[in-house]
Design a protein around this ligand. Structure first.
Ligand SMILES: NC(=O)c1ccc[n+]([C@@H]2O[C@H](COP(=O)([O-])OP(=O)(O)OC[C@H]3O[C@@H](n4cnc5c(N)ncnc54)[C@H](OP(=O)(O)O)[C@@H]3O)[C@@H](O)[C@H]2O)c1
Length: 383
């Protein structure tokens, strides 16, 4: 067969079509996702000895798909290849394994994590692969991501799919949950009784940050911008919720102090031990100001801008730490995934889009209209 129809799963697992449908970004149309992301028939990539080809059942929507479509702050299209297939989250079926792969076999049902590394250096063997000089985020910094009928990954990117989850649920959590896990558990070292300020608490990272806080007995202080988003946080067990629309952080420290006062009202006089940051320019000065003395600001992103301008006196005189954090290593992904298998952390899928609507879903994310996680149905059966 030359190409499988979307939603078609052949009886023989491993049967190969000659081409695949993929959502493709090209240089001449980088910009808004609606223009940039178009479906094309593509060659199916060859797998190397340590690679795996996965039939994508469903793919999670992440902000890096928006960055990839925009081509900003950098274009992710490899000039030697000329196109980019985005997508850093997926659930699927192992379709083909490289000659050196022993841990997985054709037919295994998996979820994917998105960290790629050389697997040969000291960082990859006994250290942390995030310190590997070749470290890259699959589906953003590398090609053959999950908005496609098949994707190509390193075999170490595979994790066992929790059997109680649908394909769509299983595709929704890897990137943001594993990132939030590293930020809070290993980098922030949150503990019982601590107050954790979570920006964007109903967003892709936020819904998992809230659940992790509840799991360890920490108190999530959730910042949101709409009533339905506040409701989502309440459903996850949060009680301390602040509507950021009541504050104009561009006004400077007086507004940040007013925000800090509201936090103290909610917590009985305590400042946040940890601030969960990914908004960047718009919120960072406030994050540094409101964080407790000797507290930590853990940051993994900058949706509103990378150039951070903040009053550093609040940092040194009150001895706070800024901690950078980026995705997660396999060990963290496995530990985090176990909590999903144990029903202790749950996916929060707000909307499922069909494959043809991949660009539309990214437009929603780009304009902050979504909440929780959006998922693209690829080869999973349509309802
Ligand atoms: N380094 C990594 O490994 C890594 C991993 C995952 C994500 N990231 C980055 O982290 C960022 C967030 O990712 P995500 O998946 O959580 O995105 P998301 O689903 O869009 O959620 C982000 C949340 O940020 C809040 N927000 C947006 N604009 C804001 C503003 N001006 N002020 C305050 N809050 C604002 C929104 O909540 P409200 O409107 O309700 O406040 C939104 O729900 C992205 O930039 C992404 O690229 C990095």
């Amino acid at each position: 067969m030359t190409e499988f129809a979307i939603g078609y799963i052949p009886k023989t697992i491993g049967e190969m079509p000659t081409t695949m449908k993929s959502v493709v970004i090209r240089n001449d149309r980088e910009g808004a996702p609606a223009d940039a992301m178009q479906i094309e028939s593509m060659e199916i990539p060859e797998v190397g000895p340590n690679d795996v080809l996965v039939m994508v059942m469903a793919a999670g929507v992440n902000f890096n798909g928006v960055w990839a479509a925009r081509g900003k702050p950098v274009s992710v299209i490899d000039p030697d290849v000329g196109f980019h297939i985005a997508g850093s989250d997926a659930s699927g079926i192992v379709w083909k394994v490289g000659s050196a792969v022993t841990r997985w076999k054709v037919g295994d049902e998996v979820v994917l994590h998105c960290n790629q590394a050389c697997r040969q250096c000291a960082a990859c063997n006994g250290g942390d692969p995030l310190a590997c000089r070749s470290q890259k985020i699959w589906g953003y910094e590398t090609n053959w991501g999950s908005f496609s009928q098949f994707c190509k990954v390193q075999s170490q990117q595979l994790l066992k799919k929790p059997s109680h989850l649908s394909w769509e649920e299983a595709a929704s959590y890897g990137l943001t949950y594993f990132t939030a896990y590293r930020m809070l558990i290993d980098r922030g070292e949150i503990g019982p009784g601590q107050n954790v300020l979570i920006w964007g608490a109903s967003g892709g990272l936020g819904v998992f940050a809230v659940q992790l806080c509840k799991l360890v007995g920490a108190n999530p202080i959730c910042v949101v911008s709409r009533k339905d988003k506040a409701e989502l946080c309440r459903n996850l067990g949060a009680t301390d919720i602040i509507d950021r629309k009541d504050y104009d952080f561009s006004k400077g420290p007086s507004e940040s102090r007013r925000f800090g006062k509201r936090i103290r009202e909610l917590t009985g006089g305590e400042d946040p031990d940890i601030v969960f940051e990914h908004v960047g320019a718009y919120t960072f000065p406030t994050s540094v100001l409101v964080c407790r003395r000797f507290g930590k600001i853990v940051i993994c992103g900058a949706t509103t801008g990378f150039d951070l301008n903040f009053d550093v006196r609040y940092l040194w005189m009150r001895q706070k730490e800024i901690i950078g954090s980026h995705f997660a290593n396999l060990n963290e992904c496995e530990r985090a995934n176990l909590l999903v298998h144990q029903h202790k952390i749950n996916p929060v899928v707000s909307e499922v889009f069909e494959f043809e609507q991949t660009a539309e879903a990214h437009e929603r994310m780009s304009s902050n209209k979504h909440k929780g996680k959006m998922v693209i149905r690829v080869q999973a059966p349509r309802g």
